[in-house]
Design a protein around this ligand. Structure first.
Ligand SMILES: [Zn+2]
Length: 311
């Protein structure tokens, strides 16, 4: 099975090394007492994170819809196809019924956990959903999930104010490089730059109904980096400005490397007969306006959540 990590964004590794070196420099430059405390702090933060991650996973298993072939066959097939392409390792996928147009992933040990919020199923079409799932699987495949826990803990090490700001900024810089890499994974999963851009635009503007709405949303996103304040704020954020992500992805889609990796990853899917595309009822689009939306349980609103009778 073809397995590649070559789509990692060019600067991601460099920024990670710089962040770690910066943390180490801050620790070493402080006094011996602080040095010992810093070590204890990092270990304690890591253990705390591991505990929180475990309890969050357990609470999802109790309260969220697990994506599997019995309960959610169509979505499970889509997840399986993305997994075949990106080979992220073991990933548990959950659907959470909350009004967030978002997805995230976490975990230190295997399996990692991928959480999709149900509004995504209504807003995104099948290709766009592949981009979202692929983006999150990219975080898993490239090791961002466990690195995030460790580097985040290190960057939070007690330090003088100036150094603390510097560490935080370096950590966020690395976070943003990771987003560029994960977007490439999303693009490889869906295999179409227009679909990928459409998914990114819909994350910011989920109410898009037609092409005119789309163009208007894209124009607003395009204007994001015109403001100096937005560019400055970006330095402290975990995600790059959306227009930067779109432009970076468009650039990557033109490279020969992208075409090569995509062809090899598509080969993974065609090599596996069981992965033939399922008949999707997704998307429900255009969805009902919020005012028309009936107050039904999630299983009624999204039929693929209905548990299938086991044979
Ligand atoms: Zn991400």
């Amino acid at each position: 099975m073809y397995r590649s990590r070559a789509y990692r964004y060019d600067n991601e590794g460099v920024v990670l090394v710089l962040t770690v070196l910066l943390v180490l420099a801050v620790i070493i430059l402080t006094s011996t007492v602080t040095f010992c405390l810093s070590g204890v702090f990092i270990v304690a933060m890591f253990l705390l994170s591991a505990l929180l991650i475990r309890s969050h996973h357990q609470s999802l298993m109790r309260s969220a819809h697990r994506v599997d072939q019995h309960r959610t066959p169509e979505l499970a097939s889509l997840v399986a196809r993305c997994g075949l392409k990106l080979q992220p390792g073991q990933v548990d996928v959950f659907l959470v019924d909350q009004k967030q147009n978002n997805a995230y992933t976490f975990g230190v040990s295997s399996p990692k956990v991928l959480v999709l919020f149900t509004p995504l199923l209504k807003v995104m079409d099948v290709g766009e959903l592949s981009f979202i799932i692929g983006h999150e699987m990219g975080h898993v495949a490239l090791g961002h999930t466990w690195l995030n826990t460790i580097i985040g803990g290190m960057a939070g090490v007690p330090a003088p104010f100036g150094a603390a700001v510097l560490l935080y900024t370096a950590f966020r810089w690395w976070n943003r490089m990771c987003e560029f890499s994960a977007d490439r994974a999303g693009l490889l999963a869906c295999g179409d730059i227009h679909t990928a851009v459409s998914a990114l635009v819909k994350l910011a503007a989920p109410d898009i109904r037609d092409q005119r709405d789309f163009e208007r949303a894209l124009a607003a996103i395009d204007a994001e980096d015109d403001l100096a304040s937005n560019r400055l704020a970006e330095a402290f954020q975990s995600h790059p400005l959306l227009i930067r992500r779109i432009n970076a992805l468009r650039e990557y889609a033109h490279t020969a490397e992208y075409q090569r990796i995509l062809a090899a990853m598509n080969g993974n899917v065609s090599e596996t007969p069981a992965s033939s595309p399922p008949k999707f009822t997704l998307p429900i689009q255009p969805g009902p306006t919020p005012a028309e939306e009936p107050e039904l349980p999630p299983e009624e609103r999204w039929p693929w959540l209905k548990p299938k009778d086991l044979p």
